[in-house]
Design a binder for this molecule. Structure first.
Ligand SMILES: C[S@@+](CC[C@H](N)C(=O)[O-])C[C@H]1O[C@@H](n2cnc3c(N)ncnc32)[C@H](O)[C@@H]1O
Length: 442
């Protein structure tokens, strides 16, 4: 029953590209899956998705004919469990897969499934180190499409690309941000430790806590809005925006509200924040998060950030955040489907939108104000190149040099510091891949 649910989920994720986390959560709720099975389901779905290219390479070694989608999915998830998990013995995995194949297909299919899996059990999976071409080998070993591996090698060289690709296969560590108007970080750490969580303060933000062990979503602190989940890299945004109580702030791409609520906390819930997002249906996510965290200064409404100038006069805001729509290539660990769904052309289109949004936002900034530009991608075309193009077209603006001095000390000479901002890679500090910079008028 659980394995059939997993097959259905994996097939739907392939069809409705980009929403694996939402589909998994909905399915768990809908089918009333027990907490133990929930863990196994999540692990098999994410793991199979994360290793899709590698698993297909293994399958193609044993089968040459084209397989129906569900048969590929069944083989992938079975081989994933046999090779990467040690929760269920191989013979039980094979037995269950053959039973599913019998239910869903004809006898020929169940014999094929049986044959492939028995081969994997007996001979093991093929050795990928024999693949001569660097790009193909890395693509197969770490399950990233070849165009992406090639692009990263061109941008960052082979070693960094290997590091990125390997880090993308790791589990994403969870971190939380405390709501400092409701609880201190010390008290939150104390509280979580007493409940058996293994936690430590984050070096990225005075509000951050890294949760090394334990499901923090189940904690009272999370349920009652004392902490919220946020990657450490994202916490840098509000820190570097430096909003003060009483200010007028714009967050132009705000949903689901992770950063805007952090900004409101730093303003001590005093001032006004205009929070917009293109998608009407996402506005309630911002409102919900603000509500959960007891924050009342966020005024959320739908708006296309490419039309900001139509809504606001010049010199309106003390601070502006453009946390731009991006390819998401920095968050592959948590959303593996991104690596299969994004194409080169998407990156170029996104860079055009990012520049358009920046051009709309910048006149709205007051004379001594700051604008933070950030993305959760590691692609230079959406990050450094966008900043470079923007500065060329707007010579009265520059990257604020104090930005670099104000970064936490351990980041100041990190691999990703360039004259355009800070690029965090997933392998550097075990955070999401993330870019941010701060612009100001010269
Ligand atoms: C990186 S996410 C923002 C995350 C958010 N700042 C947070 O911390 O929770 C980018 C957001 O931009 C929105 N978006 C996409 N195109 C937009 C546009 N033209 N104008 C405004 N928002 C847009 C997307 O719906 C998405 O919610």
């Amino acid at each position: 029953m659980l394995r059939n649910t997993i097959i259905d989920l994996l097939m739907r994720i392939e069809q409705d590209s980009g929403y694996s986390h939402l589909l998994i959560n909905n399915e768990i709720k809908k089918r009333n899956i027990s907490p133990k099975d929930e863990g196994l389901l999540t692990e098999i779905v994410y793991g199979t998705l994360q290793r899709k290219i590698t698993l297909d390479y293994y399958i193609n070694h044993f089968v040459t004919k084209k397989l129906e989608k569900w048969v590929s999915v069944l083989l992938r998830m079975s081989i994933y469990q046999m090779v990467y998990l040690d929760k269920v013995p191989d013979h039980a995995i094979i037995h269950e897969a053959v039973e599913i194949a019998k239910q869903r297909g004809h006898k020929g299919i169940s014999s094929l499934v049986n044959g492939v899996l028995r081969n994997v059990q007996r001979k093991g999976v093929p050795d990928t180190s024999e693949i001569k071409n660097d790009v193909t080998r890395l693509s197969v070993e770490t399950s990233h499409p070849e165009w992406l591996v090639k692009r990263w090698i061109d941008l960052y060289g082979l070693q960094i690309t290997k590091d990125i690709c390997r880090a993308n296969l790791n589990h994403k560590p969870i971190s939380v941000r405390v709501q400092p108007l409701r609880i201190t970080r010390e008290d939150a750490v104390d509280n979580l430790m007493k409940q058996g969580y293994d936690v430590e303060p984050s070096p990225f933000s005075p509000q951050g806590i890294v949760v090394k062990k334990g499901n923090v979503i189940k904690s009272d602190l999370f349920k009652d809005g004392y902490v919220t989940i946020q990657d450490q890299s994202s916490m840098l945004v509000a820190e570097m925006l430096k909003p003060q109580p009483g200010m007028h702030v714009l967050d132009a791409c705000s949903a689901p509200g992770g950063k805007v609520t952090h900004i409101a906390e730093k303003m001590q819930n005093n001032g006004v924040i205009q929070a917009h997002d293109l998608h009407k249906n996402k506005i309630k996510l911002i409102e919900q998060k603000a509500n959960d965290l007891h924050l009342s200064i966020i005024d959320a409404s739908p708006l296309d950030a490419r039309k900001l100038k139509e809504k606001y006069p010049e010199n309106t805001f003390d601070r502006i955040l453009i946390d731009a729509p991006c390819s998401g290539l920095g968050v592959i660990r948590g959303k593996p489907d991104i690596k299969y769904n994004k194409q080169k052309e998407d990156i170029t289109k996104l860079a055009t939108i990012q520049i358009e949004i920046l051009n709309q936002a910048i006149p709205l900034l007051k004379r001594n104000g700051f604008l933070v530009y950030s993305t959760c991608t590691i692609d230079q075309e959406e990050n450094e190149k966008v900043v470079e193009r923007f500065l060329q077209a707007n010579p009265s603006f520059s990257v604020d040099s104090s930005f670099f001095e104000e970064l936490p000390e351990f980041l100041q000479d990190s691999l990703g510091v360039t004259k355009y901002g800070l690029q965090l890679f997933p392998h550097s500090y075990d955070t999401d891949g993330f870019f941010l910079t701060r612009l100001k008028r010269r």
